[in-house]
Structures are given as C-alpha cells and as structure tokens.
Design a protein. Structure first.
Length: 615
C-alpha cells in the first residue's frame, strides 16, 4: 500500500515536472501556432455553418463519390489510408498527379481554403513505390539517438513534400505495454521516458524549424491516449486481443505511462494529435471530454487540432448521429470519415442547428484547423498549392538511403555473441545464408509498406535485402550461398539464418504466441547440422520467444523491421560499425511472462530493457 502511495506521489510529481517544462516552453514563446489569430477570427466570422463543417470533414480520397464533392461539401482535408493508392498505380508521378488533381478543386470554392492532405508516412513515405523505407519505431527506439530520429523524420518530410502532400499521421508516440499487440513496432519503447525523449525530435524532424517552410510536413502525434495499454482480451475486433481494447488504469498511471510522449510533442509544437480507438476504463478516448478537452487542450494547452482515427467515432455508440455529437462536444475538431462523409456532414449541420452542438464548439474547431493552415503558409495567396517538381530529386535519394542505413545499423541489438562469432571476417571462404527473411524486402519492411498490412516479396523498388547486403559486404574471393531452409550448409565456414515475422499491421497483428515458427526453427536446425557457427538474425516487429535457439545459436542479433536499407545490417555483422543498439523493449523468455516490465516484482526476462552487447 505504502509503495503504491509513494509510486503515485512520484508519478504525480514527474507529470507536474513535465507540465512545468511545457509551460515554460510556451511562456518562452516557442509555440509557433498563434500568429494569425486576428485574420482567423475575421475569416471564421465570414464562414457559413456548412463551410465550417466542411473544414471539419476528412473523407478518404478513394471513397469520394465525385470529385466535385470537395467543392460541394467544402471539404477541408482528405486522406489516403494504408491501401489507398492513386487509381493509376502508386508511382511517385501518380501520387503527385493525384494530389494536384484533388487540390485544384478547392480553388473553385468561395473561400479557396486549401486542402490538408494526410497520409500514414510512418517509416518514410511508405505508401509510394521507390520511397526510402526507414526502420519502424521499435528499431529507432533501440538507437536511443534523438538526433538520428530527427534526421529520419526530416528525410521522410522531404519525400512526402516531393509528392505535394503536407501532413503525416506520425509520429506514433504509443507506449506498448504488451508485445502481443500487433502495433508494438509502431512504438519507440515500452519505457515512457524513452518515448518522451524521442517524440520531440520526431515532431521537429517532420515539422522543421517552422511549419511554413516548404519542406515541412504537419506532424500528428497518435493515438491519444493509452493505445498501448489495453488489457488482453478487451478488444471487440474479430481475431484481436488488444487492438482498440480498453486501457484499465487509474489516471495517475495513464499520465505516468502514456502521457509523456504527448507533452514532449506539444512542447515541440506538434500541430495535430489523433485521438485513439481505445477506451479508457470503458469510455472511448474519441468521445472523452476529460481526455480531449480538459487534459489535452485546457491543461496541456494544446493549440493545434484533433483529427479522429479512421471511422473511430462509429465505435462510440451505435447511433451514428449521437456519436458525432458526443465526439465533437468532447473536443474533436476534424473527423476522419473515410466513406460516411456525406452523412456526417449532414448530421453535424443538423446537430448545430438544433442546438445539440454549440456554435462556439464549431468555431473553436475551425479556428484550430485554420490556425494550423495559416501556420503552414497554406493560406498565403502567393504560395503554390500544387506539388513542386523541383522537390522530386529528394524522393528516394541516395542521401536518404544513407540516413536509413545509419538508422538500421544503430538499431541492431546484439543479444548473444559466444566465442566472438561476430564480427565476421569479410574474407571468410564461404558463408551459407538461410531463413525466410533473408531475401525478402517486404518482410524486412513489415506492415504499413505499400499496403496497409504490408506484404512479403519485392513490394517496393530500390533497397537491399539482407542477403544482397551480405553478398556486397564480403571480399571478392568469398562465396555466399543461400537456401531458404538452411540445407546445404556443409563446407561453409559460417551460417547466417534470418528468421522472424511476416508483415502485419493493426487489427490483424495481435498474437497469442510469439514463438518462432516451425520453418524458422528448422532452418536453424538444418544450418546447425552442418557443424558450423550459426548467427541468427531476428527480423520482427517485437521480441520473439527464442526457445532453444538461445542455446543453439552462437550469435543472435535483433534487427527489428529495418526497411529497405539492409546494408546497415551487414555493416554491423562484418564490423564496419560497432554495435550500439540497446533494447527498447524487454525480451521475454516465454509467453507466461507477458506482460512484464522493469520494476515488476518478478521481472526476469531473457534480455532486459536496455540490454545490448558490444564488440
Ligand atoms: C490507424 C491510424 C492511421 C489511420 C489512417 C487507422 O486505422 O489506427 O494509425 O493513421 O488508420 O490510415
């Protein structure tokens, strides 16, 4: 009991401390959003109710019933969800054309307010063919390098802007507490302090020194709040255990674990925040006035706008119109209504007319949205609203690939290295490589790559698989052979088996068991049967249960979901770069240990949070 009281006191104190630093930052005038309040007031004063509701509406571009809906519904924003490509394919050119084609419609409206176009650029501009795909957040967390995280997000912003798009639904500042959750890899860490440390740099990377810079992209901290704290078994989604479930913790715990990333993001000037699907003690976050208005806007002083998650308001209550009212009155400013936008628009107009939603709430929402649009320079009549061909050279550039490669090598965590198996000599006569993730760019990139759930195989152009990287790294006289099942290793000096997960994303990535699959285990066994030292590389979105591989393998490296630049893996394997990565999640021995964290009474994982060998 006493320990509990002390813990509560400590966490209140640390939250107050964080709040203190936030307030001094705003007092110091670092909040870049409040610069055009008089103009905004004048504009809001001129707007009709319909024009205001239009600004609060975000349809999915592929679900627009007619492009003229952008004009007729005064649409303020559009999104491309994880699977929403331009009709003509998803080349760089197709994306630029799509953006331009949609943006021109706003010029036909009375007020000509430009669209904010949002996309899930969560590890690079990952929906677009040929983009540089960076490691997912879990790997960036292991780098523990805020400067590098900022560089990664800056490069992402440059690739996004090259297609004209100005808004990334990133960074995800979730603090996953149970790695069975399929979104674990979207989080930097299970440790709130590390998430706090990396969230600010991520926002700064995307938004640049000022939102008005041509290469800046509006960031969106998500998913507010407690998305990573849901209790196993509380999800109502088919097949999921945790995703969109209920976070059952008291307010002090919610603040201690799940809030610090948002405080850091707000401190860094984040312009948008996405309320979450999950509930907090039974109430959907997207309909919670306590969370959205009292804590986020009033207490933390967030001055940007809130964008709901994809169809998230539908889950607040079965009656759609009532759900719209609850969410807007709770403080939601813009609603992601992929398909139901006409219905939502009609409902919200009616709800204001009949007094259920006060006009003051609508004005507050529109003011916040316009505040961001002004801060981004979008309201500047001289700004070219269309994509700029001059920015094309940034897309998929060698400079960005280099940043990604650095991120990969700093994210690798060496878990075991018996008998100095690593680093591998480049002139070794023959290396045999095996495993399903050795030669698969899609598996290396994971979910949210080209497709929403990701896909195995040659999903994107450019990039290097781990096998190709090994081949490039060895000396000219050395031989690299490959068999997926690890057979045929006899005669080689060393084996490398690349095992792990296949791509998945939200809703479909929750798992009961994180054991390595049979195919992986057999590949390691086959390789070991050749009587050679074996290095196991785990490519996965979370720690996996290694079982007897812990003893069988001579060396083990966690490579997470490194993205397109597999050469970064070889940099560490062959000693061109000394490993520095440290676990951003505890690595359990078995499923029975889950969930378990540093500070728990029987914390005894295979590898602890912060673990990582050097050589
Ligand atoms: C996800 C968000 C994402 C949104 C738009 C939702 O399903 O939860 O993270 O930003 O879709 O694609």
């Amino acid at each position: 009991m006493r320990t509990l009281q002390i813990a509560t006191l400590l966490c209140v104190a640390s939250t107050l401390c964080l709040l203190g630093s936030f307030q001094s930052a705003s007092r110091a005038g670092q909040q870049p959003l409040l610069q055009h309040e008089a103009q905004i007031k004048e504009l809001v004063g001129k707007m009709t109710l319909e024009e205001k509701v239009g600004q609060m509406t975000q349809p999915e571009q592929s679900a627009l019933k007619d492009l003229t809906d952008i004009e007729n519904y005064f649409v303020g924003s559009l999104l491309s969800g994880g699977d929403s490509d331009p009709k003509e394919g998803n080349s760089f050119e197709a994306w630029r054309n799509l953006y331009d084609r949609l943006q021109v419609h706003t010029q036909k409206t009375r007020l000509q307010i430009p669209l904010l176009y949002g996309i899930d650029a969560v590890h690079g501009h990952n929906n677009v063919l040929g983009a540089v795909v960076f490691p997912h957040h879990i790997g960036l967390g292991c780098t523990r390098n805020p400067g590098l995280v900022e560089k990664v997000e800056r490069a992402t912003a440059e690739e996004v802007r090259a297609t004209g798009i100005q808004w990334a639904f990133a960074p995800c500042v979730t603090v996953p507490q149970d790695i069975r959750w399929g979104r674990t890899y979207e989080g930097f860490s299970e440790d709130p302090a590390l998430v706090r440390e990396l969230s600010g740099p991520a926002v700064r990377g995307l938004q640049g020194m000022s939102l008005a810079e041509p290469m800046s992209v509006l960031a969106c901290a998500k998913h507010f709040v407690g998305d990573g704290g849901t209790v196993y078994g509380t999800s109502q989604l088919k097949g999921a255990h945790l995703d969109q479930g209920d976070t059952k913790v008291d307010e002090a715990t919610l603040r201690r674990i799940h809030l610090p990333g948002y405080i850091a993001a707000i401190n860094a000037g984040v312009g948008s925040i996405m309320p979450s699907y999950n509930s907090w003690n039974g109430t959907r976050a997207s309909g919670s006035k306590r969370l959205l208005t009292e804590i986020l806007k009033e207490e933390l002083g967030f001055e940007g706008f809130l964008i709901s998650d994809y169809n998230a308001i539908d889950a607040i209550t079965p009656n759609y119109k009532e759900a719209v009212a609850i969410s807007i009155n709770a403080g939601m400013d813009m609603v992601m209504v992929p398909q139901r936008y006409r219905e939502y628009y009609k409902d919200l107009v009616e709800l204001v007319k009949d007094g259920t939603v006060p006009m003051s709430r609508i004005d507050d929402a529109v003011t916040r949205i316009l505040r961001v649009k002004y801060a981004m320079g979008l309201m500047d009549k001289n700004r070219n609203q269309l994509s700029d061909p001059k920015l094309a050279s940034h897309f998929g550039s060698p400079e960005h690939r280099e940043i990604a490669r650095q991120a990969v090598r700093e994210s690798l965590v060496v878990l075991k290295n018996d008998g100095n198996t690593l680093p591998i000599a480049k002139n070794v006569t023959r290396i045999h490589v095996g495993g399903k993730n050795a030669d698969d760019i899609g598996n290396q990139c994971g979910g949210w790559t080209i497709d929403w759930q990701g896909k195995s195989g040659d999903v994107t152009t450019g990039g290097t698989t781990i096998l190709a990287a090994i081949k490039k790294a060895v000396s000219s006289g050395s031989q690299v052979t490959f068999s997926k099942d690890g057979m045929g290793a006899a005669g080689a000096k060393l084996g490398i088996v690349v095992v792990g997960e296949k791509p998945y994303a939200e809703m479909r990535g929750d798992r009961d068991s994180l054991a390595l699959d049979k195919e992986d285990q057999e590949a390691v066994t086959n390789m070991k049967a050749a009587g050679i030292p074996v290095v196991v590389i785990v490519v996965s979105g979370r720690p996996m249960i290694l079982g007897d591989i812990v003893t069988k393998a001579d060396a083990i490296v966690a490579a997470w979901l490194p993205g397109t630049e597999g050469q970064g893996v070889a940099d560490v394997l062959f000693g061109d770069f000394a490993p520095t990565g440290k676990l951003s999640f505890s690595w359990p021995r078995d499923m029975k240990q889950l969930p378990s964290h540093q500070g728990d009474a029987n914390y005894d994982p295979q590898y602890k949070l912060g673990y990582g060998l050097k050589y």
